[in-house]
Design a protein around this ligand. Structure first.
Ligand SMILES: Cc1cc2nc3c(=O)[nH]c(=O)nc-3n(C[C@H](O)[C@H](O)[C@H](O)COP(=O)(O)O)c2cc1C
Length: 638
């Protein structure tokens, strides 16, 4: 639902700007808003009471300013919960000023989405009300600015920003130049903490990153690691907020569609002659991987695993197409890394091509890149796709790449480190075990080994690593959400009525559909299994009124709508994850798929001439009760 209004006020844009950037002044112009509280820079809390048909509802809101372009535009997001917690509202707001012949033209819009019980009931009523809400906002605005302090303010006292040269303060974007720019932005937001005290890589980084991830804490920059020559940053994209911020996307419910929009057209990389990643060189006997990253990420790991966020870049021997993938790497000697890429990965399939031809495979491994390259490296795609083209599309700008010393394989020019070398054919070494994203230790395997022949890096480089573990973690989030978006794109293109999709790293996919015909949910399951690349074990299909971003809502559908003999589909002996802990070593690589149709069986009710059951939510009674009792209910949060 969109509330939209354009109106004129007889003041200069600078005066109106001061008014709209003061929450105490502008807030009460929103119909029903009260109790404004400033809770941080660009963050406010407020209450709103609205009447939706016969219902009176009270919401607690948090407002965050996401972008300010003085003195012409303020963008903000409002997120709120209805007092009974039965409904959620999100609104994306724009206030835009432009000079007019008699003052300033103000454009106000608020794109409101309501989920939950009130959404089901109240949406139609609110839609009808949208026009009058916009008009009321304009009326309040004109009245308040007339009596407001900003009018009396000496324009010298608060410097008025100039119209053309105003700075843009963005709360998130996608075209980061490098990891350092992203780290600076995190530090400014209080989301990066420097640890300058010496830490022991045998256990302290493990402990600190574990606690940091569990607490959904900041990124951690270890400036002084015993025995290592370089600092290391970890937990970089360890929270949902940082992941979304790195792409300049506000919320998960926008994410899949935004990914599709951006990747409609791929943007190929731009080759440049030189890049900061080649400022310094380490070669020959000076190569000692233990001095670059000597972290033992988990207590029972088989040793040091520097490559938790090393992107292996290879070139197909047969088609010349680049591939990028993150595969675990175990330090086996000063210059050798065990390479944990299972047979179903595209990197390993490139290696098979070289091995069949009895040739060494050249490979470049990079780490310390801008966050979109991080995401791109973990994205599961169809075969034969150069992920750097997707990365460019996600950033909205080509990635600058420079030829590496590994047979000229291009690497992102602003990477902190590049490891150049080869993987020899028909050679295997034992690498692992290692603590994995499954939350379990993964077994040791006999795998190919990467021989590092040269390392290049930036001046004063910063290593990038990750403690892999189950959620919350960057290893599950980045791998899971990038692959989710690609899977959604595919499933949506194969089957109609697919509205949204939520996946964890690779085990579960929840798909929201607008059910169109009997068998529709099962067709979606088949599309997920046959058309995507993450080998999701469990696929759950829900109706369009279920909020898939709230697990309680999904569990409600699972608990109530499912009749097991009819709604559960089992497909044994399908290709699975090497690391699936439900499968013993003997059967590794296989999995059994389960699909659950958790949509309401409306078609059966209809066939028998019956009505589907009615939802219990009683929003009118809840609102009426809150109106009378709200202040007296001591257990409720304000
Ligand atoms: C921190 C992190 C660690 C990962 N480690 C591995 C790994 O050890 N082995 C693996 O097969 N995939 C791993 N992945 C997932 C792959 O990088 C991802 O599936 C990627 O799409 C593989 O590239 P490919 O599809 O081109 O083969 C990891 C992902 C992340 C974010």
């Amino acid at each position: 639902m969109k509330i939209e209004e354009t109106f004129n006020v007889p003041e200069t844009p600078e005066t109106v700007w001061r008014f709209i950037t003061d929450p105490v002044e502008v807030g009460p112009c929103v119909p029903g808003l009260s109790d404004i509280e400033v809770v941080g820079p660009d963050k406010y809390k407020a209450k709103v009471k609205v009447t939706v048909g016969p219902i009176k509802a009270a919401f607690n809101f948090e407002v965050e300013v996401t972008k300010e372009t003085p003195p012409s535009e303020v963008l903000s997001v409002t997120r709120g919960e209805e007092g009974s917690k039965a409904s959620k509202v999100t609104a994306h707001n724009i206030l835009r000023l432009s000079p007019s012949s008699d003052g300033t033209e103000v454009y106000y819009s608020s794109e409101v989405s309501i989920t939950g019980r009130l959404g089901k009931f109240g949406f139609g009523v609110m839609k009808k009300k949208a026009k009058s809400l916009g008009e009321e906002f304009a009326k309040n605005f004109r009245q308040r600015i007339e009596t407001s302090n900003v009018n009396a303010t000496d324009s010298e006292a608060i410097p008025a920003p100039t119209i053309q040269t105003g700075e843009t303060k963005t709360m998130g974007k996608a075209n980061w130049q490098d990891m350092r720019e992203f780290m600076d932005a995190l530090e400014e937001r209080g989301e990066l903490v420097r640890i300058s005290e010496e830490v022991d890589p045998a256990w302290e980084i493990n402990g600190l990153t574990r606690i940091g991830l569990q607490d959904r804490g900041p990124a951690l920059l270890f400036e002084n690691i015993k025995g290592a020559d370089f600092p290391m940053v970890a937990n970089l994209l360890g929270t949902d907020e940082r992941y979304l911020f790195s792409l300049g996307i506000d919320k998960w419910s926008d994410y899949n569609e935004e990914w599709i929009r951006r990747t409609e057209e791929f943007i190929p990389p731009r080759m440049v002659d030189s890049g900061p990643c080649q400022e310094e060189v380490i070669e020959g006997d000076d190569i000692d991987l233990h001095k670059i990253c000597n972290t033992v990420w988990h207590q029972f790991d088989a040793g040091e695993f520097p490559g938790t966020l090393g992107i292996s870049i290879t070139r197909g021997r047969n088609d010349g197409v680049l591939n990028a993938g993150i595969y675990r790497m175990h330090t086996l000697s000063n210059n050798t890394l065990g390479w944990g890429a299972p047979e179903y990965t595209h990197g390993r399939q490139h290696y098979m091509e070289y091995e069949h031809a009895d040739e060494e495979m050249p490979m470049a491994v990079v780490t310390g890149y801008d966050p979109v390259v991080f995401i791109m490296g973990a994205t599961r795609t169809p075969p034969g796709i150069d992920e750097f083209h997707i990365g460019g599309a996600l950033r909205g700008e080509a990635i600058d790449m420079v030829a590496s010393g590994a047979d000229g394989i291009p690497v992102p020019a602003t990477s902190e480190f590049v490891f150049e070398g080869v993987i020899k054919p028909h050679h295997r070494e034992i690498e692992g075990g290692f603590g994995e994203y499954t939350g379990y230790y993964g077994e040791a395997r006999s795998n190919p080994a990467f021989e590092v022949r040269r390392i290049t890096h930036r001046k004063k480089p910063i290593f990038l690593g990750a403690r892999e573990q189950w959620e919350p973690s960057d290893s599950t989030l980045v791998n899971g959400k990038s692959s989710q978006a690609e899977a959604f794109k595919t499933v949506k293109s194969l089957v109609p009525g697919v509205l949204d999709m939520r996946c964890n790293v690779c085990f579960e996919a929840i798909v929201k559909i607008d059910k169109l015909f009997p068998g529709h949910p099962q067709q979606v399951m088949d599309a997920v299994w046959g058309g995507t690349y993450s080998r999701y074990k469990h696929v759950i299909i829900v109706d369009k009124d279920v909020d898939i971003w709230d697990y309680t809502d999904v569990h409600w559908a699972l608990s109530t709508n499912v009749r097991a003999d009819r709604d559960v589909t089992i497909s044994p002996r399908r290709a699975g994850q090497w690391l699936d802990p439900a499968v013993s070593l003997r059967e590794k690589g296989w999995q059994t798929q389960m699909g659950i149709d958790a949509t309401l069986c409306t078609e059966e009710y209809e066939f028998w001439g019956e009505k589907s059951p009615r939802l219990v939510d009683d929003p009118e009674i809840v609102a009426k009760t809150l109106d009378k009792w709200g202040d007296k209910l001591s257990w409720r949060k304000s």
